[in-house]
Ligand binder design. Structure first.
Ligand code: GDP
Ligand code: IMO
Ligand code: MG
Length: 424
């Protein structure tokens, strides 16, 4: 049984928690895209783990962890993450495999990300400044790209880096008036990265086809959310990869039909970090209530997340493009205490009702959410262990989301901990 877990909104839906739970029945967990812009939280008892590049299955001893081709790997973040887990008694020795074809994020990518964002002023995307866009741009451009396999020949890599830095430094100085970067520091860092990561580097496509052929169960962990997908999200306010489940086949060389099940993760409200359209955003006390109660601050950057009502048009779109079979709804506990809840079931665009999400932001700008009002509840849900034990209003709210989105809910989050999850 191969399963994909994918975010249905603008990221931070609770994918880390869902992957951790499903990791119990998985032998292999794979990150198929994105980079250290991701921040996936796993909470077990009083221990909290925030993972940026390692798949969330890393927390479970014995699970094989794969970082596939389309992930952009920041070696410094990855090594810190491996060492951080080791300090907490979790070893990745002999169970971490990084694609030799994965592209590498180096310091000049992060500098380029920052300089470009600063230069854009009000037009900025609000990136995580993790060098994601510049690294994927170098991948598409090909000539200035560095891949994990380049760490195997440090002499050739040093020559390549000299050529790349000559180009990047011209850009930094002439375009942004910034200081040039010292190529020797970049080369020295690469030597350290190579020593640590070359032993884990291999052909992960072959590895995945082998384990799938052996009947092992593989869990594919999406990063970001479907609405941040470069081709299908709210461009240009997106990330630079195919972060919907459409990115899985190209991201790791496993065809979509080899994946038996797609689970879409969504919060029972909506959040977004960074700039870009957000039709159901609540720029008021209710939005602030959700932010504070749900601890809605970025796992990677600490930025406050923008909060709003659940958007069924967004979720239904992500379900369609992502061939999602069932839903994991997180943060039901966070809505406790709100008297009336609004659910967006359609948009009004130029006086016409539509239930199909317009990803083009010029059309999206005209979208006015059409809401249904449902009663809230005051009960603390954090101890609930079954759907039947939830207050009637919470059950109705979940059922209405199922109807609007058109897929059954199989998991409900009532708190950040692994144990605070109801299997419906
Ligand atoms: P991801 O990027 O999709 O893995 O999500 P993040 O980890 O960035 O953000 C989700 C946040 O919500 C984390 O702080 C989780 O610990 C927390 N969380 C997940 N599920 C629930 C839930 O059901 N209730 C509450 N209160 N917190 C949750
Ligand atoms: P996880 O996996 C939420 C957002 C950034 C910004 C845009 C582009 O934790 O859900 P980038 O650095 O990728 O160039 O930024 O995408 N973004 C995320 N938002 N969760 C994420 O990951 C995100 N990864 C990128 O905030 O708006
Ligand atoms: Mg996150």
């Amino acid at each position: 049984m191969n399963t994909c877990v994918v975010g249905l909104q603008w990221g931070d839906e609770g994918k880390g928690k869902v992957v951790d739970i499903l990791g119990e029945r998985s032998e292999v967990v794979v990150r198929y895209g994105g980079g250290a812009n991701a921040g996936h939280t796993v909470v077990i008892g009083d221990s909290r783990f925030a993972l940026h590049l390692l798949p969330s299955g890393a927390i479970r001893e014995g699970v094989l962890c794969v970082i596939a081709n389309a992930v952009v790997v920041d070696p410094s973040v990855l090594i810190d993450e491996i060492d951080g887990l080791a300090q907490r008694g979790i070893s990745l020795a002999d169970r971490l495999f990084i694609s030799e074809n994965a592209h590498v994020v180096l310091d000049y990518h992060k500098r380029e990300d920052q300089l470009r964002e600063e230069s854009l002023g009000k037009q900025k995307i609000g990136t995580t400044i993790r060098g994601i866009g510049p690294c994927y741009a170098d991948k598409v451009g090909r000539s200035y790209a560095v891949r994990m396999s380049d760490f195997r020949d440090l002499g050739a890599l040093a020559e390549k880096l000299k050529m790349i830095l000559a180009y990047k430094n011209k850009l930094f100085v002439a375009l942004y008036g910034a200081e040039p970067m010292d190529v020797s520091a970049v080369i020295e860092n690469c030597k350290k990265y190579a020593k640590r990561l070359v032993p884990c580097t291999r052909d992960t496509t072959e590895l995945l086809h082998t384990v799938i052929g052996e009947g092992k169960s593989v869990l594919f962990e999406g990063a970001q959310g479907s609405l941040l997908d470069l081709d299908h999200g709210t461009f240009p306010y997106v990330t630079s990869s195919n972060s919907s489940s459409l990115g899985l086949p190209s991201g790791c060389g496993v065809p979509a039909k080899m994946v038996n099940k797609y689970i879409g993760v969504a919060k029972v409200y909506t959040t977004r970090v960074g700039a870009g359209p957000f039709p159901t955003e609540l720029d008021n006390d209710t939005g602030e209530y959700i932010r504070v109660k749900g601890h809605e601050y970025g796992t990677t950057t600490g930025r406050p997340r923008r909060c709003g009502w659940f958007d069924g048009v967004v979720a239904a779109y992500s379900v369609k493009i992502g061939s999602v079979d069932s839903l994991a709804l997180m943060h039901l506990d966070t809505l406790t205490g709100i008297k009336e809840l609004q659910l967006c079931r359609a948009y009004d665009i130029d006086g016409k009702e539509t239930t199909f999400f317009p990803a083009n932001i010029d059309r999206l700008a005209k979208a006015k959410p059409i809401y249904e009002t449902l009663p809230g509840w005051d009960d603390d849900l954090s101890e609930a262990t079954s759907f039947a034990s939830l207050p009637a209003a919470a059950q109705t709210y979940v059922r209405r989301i199922e109807q609007i989105v058109g897929k059954p809910v199989e998991m409900i989050g009532v708190g950040p901990k692994r144990s605070q999850t109801i299997m419906k």
